[in-house]
Design a protein around this ligand. Structure first.
Ligand code: SF4
Length: 510
């Protein structure tokens, strides 16, 4: 047997069952081709990598973001010790291409999108002469590869993930998407997206996450501004982008009616009734919305002045649920303008706004963001944990990593952590979750809603904010048990004969 390709999604915690398929693994599997046999896909959110499967001369591709970089480096070192060629990619490797060489045993690093460049990397490794670095760049929407869903393991994921657009025109200070994926939206051809979704439904997936940076890349405000310009080219371009979104949603509406979609979107979509109605017809039943803060000062802190506050914010968020789109609101704690009362006010607003789910994350300076740059330049290298500068906090073992890195003008870090944990406790108490479960109708759906809420909380709050390793382990064990029950609720009977619906675009031309 010749050398094999292993693609690894690193994780310190394995749950046995995961919520969403790590799309990049299956896309890179497609990019790998079949000349070297099917790649071996390893998702450590399911189970840890079995290093005995590596033979000398194999290629091990490891995709990392800041949160799993440390585990990725550990895997890289062990794989290299077994004689494999080690290649790193992903957002963190793109931002710090020297780091995998220094800490992860890398032979090579791929920056940017791997869709096109990956086969060259593999070929060079197998010839024994990889370049230290490859530039994948930003591939065009038409060049995004469909994923190899035929390699999915049976019974391990609740939702599949399909990407329809990469890039976001906004510029939030805590987010790196607009700087790494670019501000120009790159949309995929609708027919290809629909074909992928049909393939997933054939396999029994009826819940699909549209894993886009921002599902609403053209706002009414963008169009109004473009209309005021003398040169009409940008208006035409924006109108075309917008039309493609509607065409996509019309195509989704033609899929089997037990299908449900979930995406990420900015709050501005609520002002666009036509868009909300199209989402409803397309059965986009959930959206993650970055609310971030509930005060004007908080929004200013994160350059998100396009969001609303107070009762206007409540009304706008309710518009989504009125159109059948349940909202997972994302809030950030630890902003300079936060005060002790902010935590309670935020949870109260999340409840008043009829949010189905909420996440309360601690302000973290992620590399590639404006926040990171200003924090790193103002933090001296003398601040260390176990000899590692806090400005490279991802290299510090998770359990000893400071939970809050950016100093707060009035609150202690521990107080912010405890109050943030309190916000999760309050929002996900049995009573609150049962009350919110009225968002769905049947008793079975309400029970499912409760289970999923509790699973979400176990997976994200307790493992992310807790400082006590026993609590983290306990949460992971509970999540493992709940995940088995939840997965059954999400899957449907496979439809192997499902046809791809006729594209609305083709219909128009005909
Ligand atoms: S947080 Fe969302 S809206 Fe802001 S830049 Fe990132 S992807 Fe765009």
């Amino acid at each position: 047997m010749g050398p094999r390709i292993h693609l690894v999604n690193p994780s310190d915690v394995s749950f046995g069952i995961a919520v969403i398929t790590p799309r990049w693994l299956y896309v890179l599997a497609a990019a790998s081709g079949t000349a070297w046999g099917d790649p071996v896909l390893v998702d450590e959110t399911l189970e840890p990598f079995d290093f005995s499967t590596i033979a000398p001369g194999d290629v091990v591709g490891i995709g990392i973001h800041t949160g799993n970089a440390r585990r990725g480096y550990e895997i890289g070192r062990l794989a290299r010790a077994k004689g494999a060629w080690v290649a790193f990619g992903g957002i963190h490797a793109t931002l710090f291409p020297a780091e995998p060489h220094e800490y992860g045993g890398a032979h090579t690093v791929v920056r940017g999108d791997g869709d096109i460049v990956w086969p060259t990397v593999v070929r060079d490794c197998l010839k024994g002469a990889p370049c230290p670095q490859y530039e994948g760049g930003r591939v065009r929407g038409d060049d995004f590869l469909p994923a190899r869903w035929d390699l999915l393991p049976e019974g391990r994921y609740m939702w599949a993930s399909v990407q329809t657009v990469r890039g976001c025109p906004k510029h939030c200070s805590f987010c790196s998407v607009w700087r790494t994926d670019g501000q120009e939206p790159r949309q995929r051809a609708i027919d290809i997206v629909v074909q992928e979704i049909v393939e997933l439904r054939r396999r029994g997936f009826r819940f699909i996450a549209l894993a886009d940076d921002n599902f609403y890349p053209v706002t009414l405000d963008d169009l109004a501004k473009a209309r005021r310009r003398v040169d009409g080219s940008s208006l035409r371009q924006l109108e075309q982008l917008r039309q493609e979104r509607f065409d996509l949603m019309n195509a989704l509406a033609q899929l089997p009616d037990d299908m449900v979609f979930f995406t990420q979107i900015t709050m501005e979509a609520a002002e666009d009734t036509a868009f909300l109605e199209a989402m409803n017809r397309a059965r986009i039943r959930g959206a993650l919305i970055g609310v971030e803060a509930v005060t004007p000062a908080g929004l200013k802190d994160v350059y998100k002045g396009f969001n609303l506050v107070g009762e206007e914010l409540v009304d706008r968020l309710r518009l989504f649920s009125r159109h059948g789109v349940n909202v997972l609101g994302s809030f950030i704690f630890g902003l300079p303008s936060d005060r002790a009362e902010t935590f309670r006010t935020t949870v109260a607003l999340a409840e008043r706004a009829n949010l189905a789910f909420a996440q309360f994350v601690l302000l973290t300076p992620f590399p590639g963001t404006l926040d990171f740059e200003s924090w790193a330049t103002s933090t001296t290298d003398h601040q260390t944990v176990e000899g590692i500068p806090v400005t490279k906090y991802w290299l510090i073992p998770e359990i000893r990593r400071p939970k809050l890195l950016m100093p707060h003008p009035t609150l202690e870090a521990e107080e912010i952590r405890v109050r943030a944990q309190g916000a999760w406790d309050q929002f996900y108490s049995w009573r609150s979750v049962w009350r919110r479960s009225r968002l769905v109708t049947s008793l079975k759906s309400r029970v499912a809603f409760v289970l999923i809420s509790k699973l979400y909380r176990q997976m994200y709050a307790n493992t992310g904010i807790a400082t006590d390793s026993a609590r983290v382990d306990r949460s992971a064990s509970i999540a493992r048990i709940m995940a088995v029950a939840c997965r059954r609720l999400f899957m449907a009977r496979p439809m192997p004969d499902l046809e791809v619906p006729v594209s609305p675009t083709v219909e128009r031309v005909a």
